[in-house]
Design a protein around this ligand. Structure first.
Ligand SMILES: CC(C)(COP(=O)(O)OP(=O)(O)OC[C@H]1O[C@@H](n2cnc3c(N)ncnc32)[C@H](O)[C@@H]1OP(=O)(O)O)[C@@H](O)C(=O)NCCC(=O)NCCS
Length: 446
């Protein structure tokens, strides 16, 4: 098989190569992107809006400081409102995304209770999670667990919106439990016991996750900051890869477990959900190799080396910088930066915070100089640092993103089903000549 596999791979490489000139000539919008890098408009949504440009009087798009809106409400207002009232806000964000309305006090209490009741996993599901795996990949573990939950649903294939909403709320409630338990299974390889701590119905999503992960009640400030991270990652319009994936598969009327696990699969990809982990690895390199953290010249030199593929993962990227839509600011970044500073003070890591701050100021200029591209620090720049200060392992950074974004996926799934049209774009074929089918005996032998 080894030799044949080499042959198949070689043939694939030859056959799959499409001439970039042909792509340009045929005006194919690869990655569903227009020539200027903006996304091709392929849908319409009431759920989330990412604003980064305004039209000037000549009809030209001019970049503006970024805004992220959930069902008409600026996410910065949600965060500020929840903080002002000293409450947890992820659950009401879920309610808002599903319904388009903020819940009344009474409805929020009922909704919290319903989510609280649904966090527990059936014993058989816990058994499935306990199976030993040859790797410790936490996104793969989440993906299989979500897909397997259809086993516990008597009506998984229903296309009734009420049933789908029930399934979605159930999954939103169970994601933190699955993620904490999967980690505990992986951690058992380090000699720690596989201890499935039962969720407490009276706790918020943020508190419950930290409780099930660490086995003790979290500090209130830590849980509140974690809740804020969940609010900020819950939704990002219909065009981001995982939400669009969920919308695409939902449009075929596949079931909720398959649709949401497809979202997890998309988010797991390195081009999508994993950037906060990459920021941490990049910062490890900076901390190790930059001798004087106050020396902006030395930091700049290292950042240039990253772009010249000399350092880090040699991808040429400065992680945590740039965004497919935002150019001037990513509205989530300053909120996280402020939290990072508070935690750095608390945990005695202000020197690291100052280094992040310097990198955040210098990197956009380095990228502008080398690529001519205007970028800003993005949501991933500080989020990993915050999770790290909370004692959360890196392998959980992307699953935590999923724990939050499942809210947006659920909201977009019901909306797509209500729209009721199968997503079915078109591909141009590059095949030129007709190839006749040869009988087996007359084919060339190798
Ligand atoms: C997010 C990202 C993919 C957006 O990409 P985009 O808008 O399609 O950017 P473009 O491809 O138009 O960028 C133009 C050029 O600037 C470069 N560039 C953009 N962001 C960069 C970064 N952070 N570091 C180095 N170069 C960068 C691109 O590589 C590209 O160079 P090329 O023309 O030689 O290929 C990109 O900014 C990136 O890779 N950032 C780092 C990873 C990251 O933090 N991702 C999380 C996003 S929330």
């Amino acid at each position: 098989m080894e030799n044949l596999l080499d042959k198949i791979t070689r043939l694939e490489r030859e056959h799959d190569h499409i001439d970039p000139e042909l792509i340009e000539r045929k005006r194919i919008k690869l990655g569903l992107r227009n020539i200027d890098g903006t996304g091709v408009v392929v849908g319409i949504t009431t759920k989330g809006q990412v604003k980064a440009f305004k039209r000037d009087r000549h009809g030209k798009n001019v970049p503006i400081p970024g805004k992220l809106i959930y069902c008409g409400i600026d996410v910065e207002d949600i965060v500020a409102g929840v903080e002002r009232e000293g409450r947890y806000g992820f659950e009401e964000t879920v309610y808002l995304l599903l319904t388009g309305d903020l819940p009344s006090e009474k409805d929020l209490a009922i909704f919290n209770m319903e989510i609280g009741k649904r966090r527990t996993l059936p014993d058989v599901a816990k058994k499935i999670l306990s199976f030993n795996s040859k790797n410790d990949d936490q996104m793969s573990a989440l993906h299989s667990a979500v897909a397997s939950l259809h086993k516990f649903d008597e009506n998984p294939r229903s296309t009734d919106i009420r049933e789908i909403t029930r399934q979605c709320i159930d999954l939103i409630a169970k994601f933190p439990t699955i993620i904490a338990y999967n980690y505990r299974v992986a951690d058992a390889k380090n000699g720690n016991p596989v201890d499935f701590i039962e969720p407490k119905p009276e706790l918020s999503t943020a508190q419950n996750f930290l409780y099930m992960l660490h086995g003790e009640m979290p500090d209130e400030d830590v849980a509140r900051a974690f809740d804020l991270c969940l609010i900020l990652h819950a939704e990002h319009g219909g065009g981001n890869n995982s939400t669009f994936t969920v919308r695409t598969v939902s449009s075929s009327l596949t079931d909720t477990y398959m649709a949401i696990s497809a979202g997890v699969a998309s988010l797991a990809g390195h081009r999508h959900g994993g950037a906060n982990e990459s920021v941490m690895e990049m910062m490890d390199g900076i901390k190790k190799n930059v001798k004087d953290w106050d020396d902006e010249g030395e930091i700049r030199g290292y950042l240039e080396g990253l772009m010249d593929r000399k350092y880090g993962d040699k991808s040429g990227k400065i992680y945590g910088m740039g965004h497919a839509v935002y150019m001037i600011t990513d509205p989530r970044e300053p909120i996280l930066k402020e939290k990072a500073k508070i935690f750095a003070e608390k945990t005695g890591r202000l020197d690291e915070f100052a280094l992040y701050d310097r990198v955040g100021r210098l990197a956009p200029d380095v990228i502008k100089t080398k690529k001519g591209k205007t970028v800003c620090p993005n949501v991933d720049f500080y989020s990993g640092f915050i999770y790290d200060m909370m004692g959360i392992p890196r392998s959980l950074f992307t699953p935590i993103f999923a724990m939050s974004r499942v809210a947006g996926w659920a909201a977009h799934r019901t909306e797509e089903i209500m729209l009721g049209r199968l997503i079915r774009p078109s591909y141009i074929s590059t095949m030129r000549k007709k190839v006749y089918y040869k009988p087996l005996k007359s084919r060339e032998q190798s």
